[in-house]
Every structure is written in structure tokens, then in C-alpha cells.
Design a protein around this ligand. Structure first.
Ligand SMILES: Cc1cc2nc3c(=O)[nH]c(=O)nc-3n(C[C@H](O)[C@H](O)[C@H](O)COP(=O)(O)OP(=O)(O)OC[C@H]3O[C@@H](n4cnc5c(N)ncnc54)[C@H](O)[C@@H]3O)c2cc1C
Length: 417
């Protein structure tokens, strides 16, 4: 029997991971990406151990290790620098693989290089924007335009089509034309990178504040650490109203220091000068905290959704890309098991849709970060260096419940294949 041949719309982090996973199992696949040239865009992201385990299976562990920071711990603080919760991460947290904090562009380039080396240059076709598709019992035909949507550049037929085209997915809009813009949390994020002197152990991720004003930061480049510096990704988060255009989410929108920095002027963490961090920004992007409502169906015969197109989520819990990597690996595993392609696509949805929908909703409740809001609301102001106002069992419970939901609890992950 001939093996099913696939089309992937979207050469982002998930589309490229999927191409590598399918190729490893001997399947032919071509990725069609809208932009004319894939560039190393964005700032920091976290690869949690469940996705690192998958990326290690794809042979990318050493390359990731050579550019990323191996995250040693995750800690939550109130704005006066008092610790709420701290847990070891990656190898230090008892996992058999690291957690990586990495520049999204660095990760994207690692994936792109691997796809081009293993599948060939033709495996990723840029300047191909998915416009539409039709399907029948024999196959699916996708139509692509140039990046501007001006003229049709290709019509391609294959056995199946996967929409990995991000939070503003064209494929999802065709399937759900009445869905409208993403769901806005009420919080605006200013994402920046700054090179500064190391703080804490130079490998820690921390969050401070509460639901209305928060700072998240973690170093992301090994090259800077090797020079004795920290290349820090930071996210300043403020609750503000936002107009419809801004709520759509444009990853290239520039952010301004004066829009957020002064709101943090009375914060004193003790071990990090926050204003110095902001003032040393190499770049700042403004992106709303948005997600998409869970939908009742991803798979329609020969087509399905994957990654952000399927389950865009708030960044609380640092799970967005990791869940997309799990989608890709699940689909490739099911392809290896074989069967009718429409059944494989449906099985993929059955394995991934409900669990990722639950994570989307858990992240709306701020995921594991909700302990920061609990302290903000409940602390009587008498705690010492470490908050004792929340019962340690409750803190442990929140952290463990989220790890189990998102699939990276060390106890189960280390024993999985
Ligand atoms: C430019 C950019 C910068 C980002 N920066 C950050 C960041 O700093 N931190 C963070 O946490 N997350 C960032 N993200 C989002 C993050 O990459 C995703 O949340 C996550 O990795 C899921 O990956 P994905 O492949 O599903 O989506 P994405 O990585 O968003 O990839 C989707 C891809 O589909 C392409 N595409 C869109 N429409 C079409 C179409 N009609 N036809 C074909 N291709 C199409 C896009 O150009 C993009 O390459 C960024 C995304 C982008 C596109």
C-alpha cells in the first residue's frame, strides 16, 4: 500500500516539527509557508521537558543544548521580592531531559536547518499562503497565493492537509467562519530582550506580581552566558483595555518603554534592577494576551488543525509550543501505526483535542501562576523573606495539578517512551 502524502500549511515551530517527525517515520510531506523568507523572529519561549523529550527523539537535543539555557528553577515572587514558590526544573527537577529557555528565532532556525538538511530544500516552500481547499474521497487540493494574497501560485493535491498556520489561522477561519478575533484576556504584554549582568544563578525563570501587573523573565542564550552575561527575555504584563485591531495580535508590533515601565517604578525585588532591565532593551514587542476558545472539532475528513491554529493558549504555564510539539509527535506516531488516513486524522484529534482544550481553559485561570494572585489577595503583610500566608500543601497542589494536566509531571513523563 502506498504511504499517505501530506501538505502542511504553516512553517512555524509546529509545522516544521511535524515535517521532521513524519520524515523520521518515512512519510513524504511538504510545508507551505506564507512569508517570502523565514526569519528568526520573536523573543523567548520555553521548551518544557515533555517537548524536549520529543525533540530529543528527533535528534535535536545537542543542538538545542548548544544555544539555549538549561532552566534550573521556576520561582514566583510578590513585587517586593518575597518568594511565594520555587521549584527545580529540568534535570534538577528530576526529569531525564532538560527544560530549555530559548529564543524563538534560534529554535525556528534549528528546525528549518534540520528540515532542509533531512527533507531537502524543496520541502519548505515559502511565499505560499493557504487560501482555500477542496476535498473528496480521493484527496484534498489546497490553493496557495503569494504572501500578499494577490495571485495564485500553486494548487497542490495530497492525501491530507494540516493547518499549522498559527493563532490567526486561515484554515480555521474557513472551517469556523463566524469565530471572529481571538479572545482577549484584558492584559497587554510587552516582550523584550536585554543583555545585563547575571542575577540569581543565571539560569532561573521567575515571575513576580499579580494578575494586574506582572513581570516574567528568564535568560535564553548560552552564548551570552559563556561571556559572563545574561541575555534575558522579559515580559511586562499590564491589565489595560485594548482596541479590536490590537487584540488581533501582530507579532511584529513594536512596544514603547513609556507604555509600561513607570508602572513598575516602586517594585523592588532586591536582586534585579527592573528599570535597568527595561532600559537595556534591544527590542520590545507589544502583543496582547489572547487565545482561542476550544472548538468542538478539528478534523474534517482529510484535513485537521495543529498547534496554535488548533489551541492557541495564554502563555501562563509556558505550554504553547510544547503542546504543539506533542500534537506533531502524536500525529506521526499514529501515521506509523497505519490505517485509513481519515481515521488517523480523527484519532489524532481524539488524543489531543480534549486535553489541549482543558489547558486553554486552565491557562485562563492563570494556570500555575494563580498562587501569585492568591498571595496578592490574601497576604496580611506580615510575611518575612518567604511568604507563609498560603499553606504549602495548597502551593504544591496547584503546581502538581498543572503539570499533570499539561503532561509534564516528572513521575509519569520519565517512565513514558
Ligand atoms: C513572527 C512570530 C513571532 C512569535 N514570537 C513569539 C514569542 O516571542 N514568544 C512566544 O511565546 N510565542 C511567539 N510566537 C508564537 C509561537 O511561535 C506559537 O505560539 C507556538 O510556537 C505555536 O507554533 P505554531 O507553529 O502553531 O504557530 P506559529 O509559530 O505562529 O507559526 C505559524 C506559521 O504559519 C504561517 N502562516 C500563517 N498563515 C498562513 C497561511 N494562510 N498559509 C501558510 N502559512 C501561514 C505563519 O507565517 C507562521 O510561520 C510567535 C509567532 C510568530 C509567527
Amino acid at each position: 500500500m502506498t504511504k499517505p502524502v501530506g501538505i502542511v500549511a504553516g512553517g512555524g515551530l509546529v509545522g516544521l516539527t511535524l515535517a521532521l517527525a513524519l520524515h523520521q517515520k518515512g512519510f513524504k510531506v511538504t510545508v507551505y509557508e506564507a512569508v517570502p523568507k523565514i526569519m528568526p523572529l520573536g523573543v523567548g519561549i520555553n521548551l518544557l521537558p515533555h517537548s524536549v523529550k520529543s525533540l530529543a527523539k528527533l535528534g535535536l537535543l545537542e543542538e538545542l543544548r548548544s544555544v539555549a539555557i538549561e532552566t534550573s528553577s521556576l520561582a514566583y515572587y510578590s513585587e517586593d521580592g518575597k518568594q511565594i514558590w520555587k521549584e527545580p526544573r529540568g534535570i534538577a527537577g528530576g526529569y531525564d531531559v532538560p527544560q530549555f529557555s530559548i529564543h524563538r528565532g534560534d529554535f525556528h532556525m534549528i528546525l528549518l536547518k534540520a528540515v532542509r538538511e533531512r527533507l531537502g530544500d524543496d520541502a519548505v516552500k515559502t511565499n505560499h499562503r493557504l487560501e482555500n481547499f477542496v476535498q473528496d474521497e480521493n484527496g484534498v487540493t489546497a490553493t496557495f497565493t503569494d504572501s500578499e494574497g494577490q495571485e495564485t501560485v500553486a494548487e497542490v493535491t495530497a492525501d491530507y492537509l494540516i493547518g499549522a498556520d498559527g493563532i490567526n489561522s486561515r484554515m480555521r477561519r474557513i472551517l469556523y467562519p463566524d469565530e471572529g478575533p481571538p479572545h482577549y484576556s484584558g492584559q497587554m504584554l510587552w516582550r523584550g530582550v536585554s543583555e545585563i549582568d547575571p542575577y540569581l544563578d543565571g539560569r532561573s525563570m521567575f515571575m513576580a506580581g499579580h494578575n494586574d501587573l506582572k513581570l516574567v523573565a528568564y535568560p535564553i542564550r548560552k552564548e551570552a552566558a559563556d561571556r559572563g552575561k545574561s541575555y534575558v527575555n522579559w515580559i511586562a504584563e499590564r491589565r489595560i483595555p485594548s482596541d479590536l485591531a490590537e487584540r488581533q495580535g501582530d507579532w511584529n508590533k513594536e512596544g514603547l518603554l513609556e507604555e509600561f515601565a513607570s508602572h513598575f517604578s516602586d517594585w523592588d525585588l532586591g536582586w534585579l534592577d527592573i528599570q535597568n532591565l527595561y532600559e537595556n532593551a534591544i527590542s520590545i514587542h507589544k502583543f496582547p494576551m489572547i487565545d482561542r476558545n476550544p472548538i468542538p472539532k478539528w478534523t474534517f475528513d482529510r484535513i485537521t488543525l495543529m498547534g496554535d491554529a488548533a489551541h492557541a493558549m495564554y502563555p501562563n504555564g509556558s505550554n504553547g509550543v510544547s503542546q504543539g510539539v506533542l500534537d506533531a509527535m502524536t500525529f506521526a506516531d499514529l501515521m506509523e501505526e497505519g490505517g485509513d488516513i481519515t481515521d488517523i486524522l480523527q484519532k489524532y484529534e481524539d488524543e489531543r483535542r480534549e486535553v489541549t482544550s482543558r489547558i486553554v481553559l486552565a491557562n485562563r485561570e492563570t494556570g500555575p501562576e494563580k498562587v501569585m494572585q492568591m498571595v496578592h489577595e490574601q497576604c496580611p503583610g506580615t510575611c518575612g523573606e518567604v511568604h507563609t500566608c498560603i499553606d504549602p500543601d495548597t502551593l504544591e497542589e496547584v503546581a502538581t495539578a498543572y503539570k499533570k494536566l499539561a503532561g509534564f509531571h516528572a513521575g509519569t513523563l520519565n517512565t513514558s517512551k
